[in-house]
Structure formats: structure tokens, C-alpha cells
Design a protein around this ligand. Structure first.
Ligand code: C2E
Ligand code: MG
Ligand code: MG
Length: 570
């Protein structure tokens, strides 16, 4: 038993409480907070140590718990909060609650300015994270939680935040922005909201130290002030800043800030990027406006050629779809809008159909067919992806079972699983259960996981081993499109390597691409792994793959994804 931490406090909050009340009524909002309370009790919190802090927020005292129980209670809250069981009377249109969990020592809480918990929640909102742990003297406790990928920040750092940069605090900025939005006609039609973010500030902090990180933040604040001396500027959260301006010269100013911030360190040029949102009367809410500017800023991520980006019609449409998908995800699954499509996989040697890949489509009654790129990331964010994946799996099993019963010829299938599936549910058991239910032999089902799902920490190693021990094949999807493909080959055992279609894009006439694909195939062969190349569109590509001994091919040349049950080959 370790030391009992001094007076620990946790905050549980429904971040989208206002949305829920607007969509499903305030009774639903209240019922969800009541469910949250029960959930906290089930995590080991004494009901007597709990009080409602705001409409959407519960403050929990955890200090009565011994250290191990305290850690496990927090752990259970983080994991379970995403899957909060909702009271049955809540209407199906109700958005999925986004529960945030935060914790800190009461001492840290008290040393904050007023409304500390509200500060914390606002901070979490802006960091878009579900949990924040603030460490004071109890560093060792939090360090053991750090492994879970939770934001980690000293409360000292947080406490200094705004007096520290000299810019406005986030609450004040939001209030001012709201005022401007409410009277936009008086301010003219060219008011812009600028959202600045330092690319990969975490790496900078890691590469140097917190003092150096603080200096960089001060430098950014200084440069923003320098370019926008008379405008409203704020420090939103750790490495994010905002400006409200009617300057017509914002692009040049952003470029100037970017340039001077890059000069901060020679060996590690930090990049500060900016999203620009031109305020419009239709956006009535300050938080929505900030979100739009933030999305525009996200658009610049990983692009070295873009310093700033406007929130344009394309982003607007994407944001709309995102919201729409998030709000209707449960309904889509329930109402069978999610359809399973199948794309043929061809044996290179025989030219025959040998397998198919199941791919999800969202067949929306209002918006038509949506592609996975439009809904998979949102479902992952909403922690609903496992539900979709299990629907696709059930469809595949059902289809194979019908073929087997009616004597229709069939081939094995692969199903894509997301990394989160393994965290949100016992995916391996779910796959086994689906096969048992439809009496499908395990060798007929392969599981595709992408490289990005398997990080280098080997977190999913055990799950992948379990799949293979149970007779399922594990196929590595999109091989070569990330950074760690080769490392993963060292750490995991795969049955098939699916080479990313990007390799074929410029293959014709590019000898280097050909050499790379041929080497990947030959390396896989020497490791005893079968190979499949995706995105085959031309007969030249087909001949080349045949020549280099690739085992299987998939692509529009053989067939596009079609509704499961239709003939797979054109
Ligand atoms: P993926 O698993 O790599 O699937 C292959 C994607 O390439 C599919 O896109 C397919 O339609 C497309 N494709 C196949 N042949 C060609 C070709 O010759 N040319 C071109 N340009 N494209 C081709 P799709 O269906 O849009 O899926 C995109 C990604 O979404 C998938 O990539 C997969 O990572 C994910 N996804 C799809 N369905 C599911 C699902 O049920 N669950 C999960 N977790 N992810 C899914
Ligand atoms: Mg796939
Ligand atoms: Mg792929």
C-alpha cells in the first residue's frame, strides 16, 4: 500500500450538456447527470463525498480512498465515462454525452483563482481532452497515470498561465467574443477570429524542458501582441492563442508571426499556425466560432507549405457532416443506415476471386451515401466505432452463413477493426461470439488492422496474439503509409501484409517506386508473410505485380466495393 494522497478531488462533467438540453430537453440533461452520479458510485466514490458543482458538473472527494483504489477509481471513470449507460427513457435523438474527467489535489484546487474547477473544465474543453491531471507535490501518483496518454501539466504552470502571458484569460475572451457576435452589425462585416496553435508543442517541451517551453509561449504571446497591438488577444490554453481583429492584413501578419517564432531556436524551429474565421451573424455562439477557427487551424497540421487557413465552404461542409454524424450515429446503427459493402480480392496466380474485404458505407436517408472518411473518424471520436465494426462483422457472418446453407459459392472475408475497438470492448471475444452465432469457421474471417492502430508500445500485441491463437488471420492494412511499418513487422506476427495503394500511384514510369514495391514483397516473402497490393487500377500494374510474385491484388481493375451479396466481380 502506498501513501494516501492528500485530499484528492475529481471533476466529472458532461461537456455537451447544453447541446443535450437543446436537442432532448433539460430533463434528459438532468437524467444524464444523475446517471453520472450513479456511475461515480459504481466506481467506488462515496455518495456523501459528492456534490453538484454546476448544472453539468459533479465534484467528487476521493481522499477517503486508499491509493490503489483511488487510482483504480480514476481509471474506471476515464474508461467507463465514455460508455455511460443512459437511462432508458432518454429519446434516441439525444446526442451521446461527452463526459470529461479531471482530477487534482484539493490543495491544488484551492490554490487556484476562484472557480478553479470551472477553469479546469474550460481548459479541458480547449485542449479537447477528456482528462487532465494536475500534479502538485503528488507527482509520483500522476506519473503512473501518464502512461495512459493523459494530458499532464503542473498546476504551477497552469496557474501562471494568464498573468504569465499578459494576454486575456479565456473566459474574458469568450465573453467579449460573444458580445461582438451579439452586435456584429455595429462592428462591421470584416471581424475575424484568429486561432493560433503551436505545432507539436509537446515534443518541444519534451526535447527541452518546461522552462524553455514557457519561454517559447512567452515569445509567441509577444509576437502576437507585436502584430496586433490594439486588438483583443487571449491565451486560450497552454499553446493556443486567439485574436479578434478587423485588420485586413491578417495573412501577412500571421506569416510574420510564424517566421519570427521559427527563429526562436535554431535546432528546433517551432511552427505557429493560424486558423481564421470570418465572423458571420449566423454563428450566434462564441464557442462555435472558436471551434470553426480551430478547425481551420487543424487544416494546416502537417503541412509545411501552409501557415494559415480560412474557415471556407469546404470546411463548413465537413464540420456540418461531422456534427450530423456525431448526432445521428446511434440512430444510423439502430436504423440500419450502415451498410456493408464488399470489394473483391484476386489471387495473382490464378486470377480468381479468393477473398473479399468488407467496407462500411453510411446510406443516409437525407444525404445519400457517405464514405468511411466522413464518418469513421467521428465515430472514433464519439467512442462508437466498435458498434459500427460489430455491425459490419455481423453482416459478414450472416452473409457467409447464408451462402453455406444455400450452397452458394463463397470466399473468406476480411473486416477492418479500429484500434479503439480493442479498448472500447473485448473485440476478440466479440469476433469469436459473432462467428459462433452464425457458425462460421474462424479461418474464414481475417481481421485488418492499420499500422497506425498498432503503436510501437506493443499495446495490442496480446490482442493480436489472441486472434491468431483463435485461428483468425491478422492482416496488416495500409503497410508503408506510416512511420513505423518496419518496426511493427519486427514486433507483431501478421498473416498478410496489405501494401498501401499510394505506392502504385506513380509507379508507371517511376523505377524507384517499382523497386520499393518489389523489395517489400520480397521482404514479406522471406518473413513467410503473404502479400496483397491495394489500389490496382491498370493492367500494367497487374502484370508488374504478377512478375514480382505478389500473392493477391485488390482494386478498381477487378471491382469496386459493392453491396454485400451482389456479385463481387464485374
Ligand atoms: P482500407 O481498409 O485500406 O480500404 C481500402 C479503401 O481503398 C476503400 O476505401 C476502397 O474503396 C478503396 N479502394 C479500393 N480499390 C481502390 C482503387 O483501385 N483505387 C482507389 N482510388 N481506391 C480504392 P473506403 O471504402 O473509402 O475505405 C476507406 C478506409 O476506411 C478503409 O481503408 C478503412 O481503413 C476504413 N474503413 C472502411 N470500412 C471500415 C469499417 O467497417 N470499420 C473500420 N474500422 N474502418 C473501416
Ligand atoms: Mg482495410
Ligand atoms: Mg488499406
Amino acid at each position: 500500500m502506498g501513501v494516501v494522497p492528500p485530499r484528492q478531488v475529481a471533476v466529472l462533467s458532461v461537456a455537451n450538456y447544453d447541446d443535450i438540453c437543446a436537442e432532448a430537453g433539460s430533463e434528459s440533461g438532468k437524467a444524464i447527470v444523475a446517471a453520472l452520479r450513479e456511475f461515480a458510485v459504481s466506481c467506488g466514490v462515496d455518495p456523501g463525498h459528492m456534490r453538484r458543482f454546476e448544472d453539468n458538473t459533479l465534484l467528487l472527494r476521493l481522499d477517503a480512498l486508499p491509493r490503489e483504489e483511488f487510482l483504480s477509481a480514476i481509471g474506471r471513470m476515464i474508461v467507463g465515462a465514455h460508455d455511460l449507460a443512459l437511462p432508458s427513457h432518454i429519446p434516441p435523438t439525444c446526442p451521446q454525452p461527452k463526459v470529461r474527467v479531471g482530477a487534482m489535489s484539493e490543495r491544488a484546487l484551492r490554490s487556484f483563482v476562484n472557480d478553479a474547477a470551472a477553469d479546469l473544465l474550460a481548459y479541458m474543453d480547449h485542449m479537447d481532452c477528456s482528462a487532465v491531471f494536475l500534479a502538485g507535490d503528488e507527482l509520483d501518483i500522476w506519473q503512473s497515470l501518464e502512461a495512459t496518454g493523459i494530458e499532464f501539466l503542473s498546476h504551477e504552470q497552469l496557474k501562471r498561465m494568464d498573468p504569465f502571458t499578459g494576454l486575456l484569460k479565456v473566459e474574458r475572451f469568450v465573453a467579449l467574443l460573444q458580445e461582438v457576435l451579439d452586435h456584429l452589425d455595429e462592428f462591421g462585416d470584416d471581424v475575424k477570429l484568429l486561432y493560433f496553435d503551436i505545432d507539436d508543442f509537446k515534443s518541444f517541451n519534451r526535447a527541452f524542458d518546461h522552462d524553455e517551453g514557457d519561454k517559447l509561449l512567452l515569445h509567441v504571446a509577444h509576437e502576437i501582441r507585436h502584430e496586433f497591438p490594439t486588438d483583443i488577444a487571449a491565451h486560450l490554453s497552454v499553446d493556443r492563442f486567439a485574436v479578434l481583429t478587423n485588420s485586413r492584413d491578417v495573412v501577412r501578419k500571421c506569416a510574420a508571426i510564424h517566421e519570427r517564432v521559427r527563429e526562436f531556436r535554431e535546432t528546433f524551429a517551432p511552427e505557429v499556425k493560424c486558423g481564421i474565421f470570418e465572423l458571420e451573424p449566423a454563428i450566434g455562439n462564441a464557442h462555435v466560432a472558436i471551434d470553426c477557427a480551430k478547425r481551420a487551424c487543424e487544416h494546416t497540421k502537417g503541412r509545411y507549405d501552409i501557415v494559415c487557413h480560412f474557415f471556407d465552404a469546404d470546411l463548413k461542409e465537413r464540420l456540418f457532416i461531422r456534427r450530423y454524424v456525431a448526432r445521428n450515429a446511434e440512430l444510423a446503427i439502430h436504423e440500419h443506415w450502415i451498410k456493408t459493402y464488399a470489394q473483391p480480392v484476386i489471387s495473382t496466380e490464378s486470377g480468381d476471386l479468393c477473398h473479399f474485404e468488407a467496407l462500411a458505407r453510411w446510406d443516409d436517408p437525407k444525404r445519400g451515401l457517405l464514405s468511411p472518411a466522413m464518418f469513421i473518424p467521428t465515430l472514433e471520436d464519439a467512442h462508437l466505432i466498435h458498434k459500427l465494426d460489430m455491425c459490419v462483422l455481423a453482416d459478414v457472418c450472416k452473409y457467409l452463413s447464408e451462402c453455406r446453407q444455400t450452397g452458394r459459392p463463397y470466399v473468406s472475408a476480411s473486416v477492418n477493426l479500429s484500434r479503439l475497438d480493442f479498448e472500447l470492448c473485448d473485440a476478440v471475444s466479440a469476433v469469436k461470439d459473432a462467428c459462433a452465432r452464425w457458425q462460421i469457421p474462424h479461418e474464414l474471417v481475417a481481421i485488418e488492422v492499420t499500422e497506425s492502430a498498432l503503436d510501437e508500445k506493443n499495446m495490442l500485441r496480446h490482442e493480436m496474439d489472441r486472434l491468431r491463437e483463435n485461428g483468425f488471420e491478422v492482416w496488416m492494412d495500409d503497410f508503408g503509409c506510416g512511420y513505423s511499418s518496419l518496426n511493427l513487422l519486427k514486433d507483431y506476427e501478421f498473416d498478410v501484409l496489405k501494401v498501401d495503394m499510394e505506392f502504385l500511384r506513380d509507379m508507371e514510369g517511376n523505377e524507384r517506386s517499382k523497386t520499393i514495391v518489389a523489395s517489400v514483397i520480397s521482404m514479406a516473402q522471406s518473413l513467410g508473410i503473404r502479400t496483397l497490393v491495394e489500389g490496382v487500377e491498370t493492367t500494367t500494374q497487374r502484370s508488374f505485380l504478377r512478375d514480382i510474385g505478389c500473392d493477391m491484388m485488390q482494386g478498381y481493375l477487378f471491382g469496386k466495393p459493392r453491396p454485400l451479396g451482389d456479385d463481387l466481380l464485374e
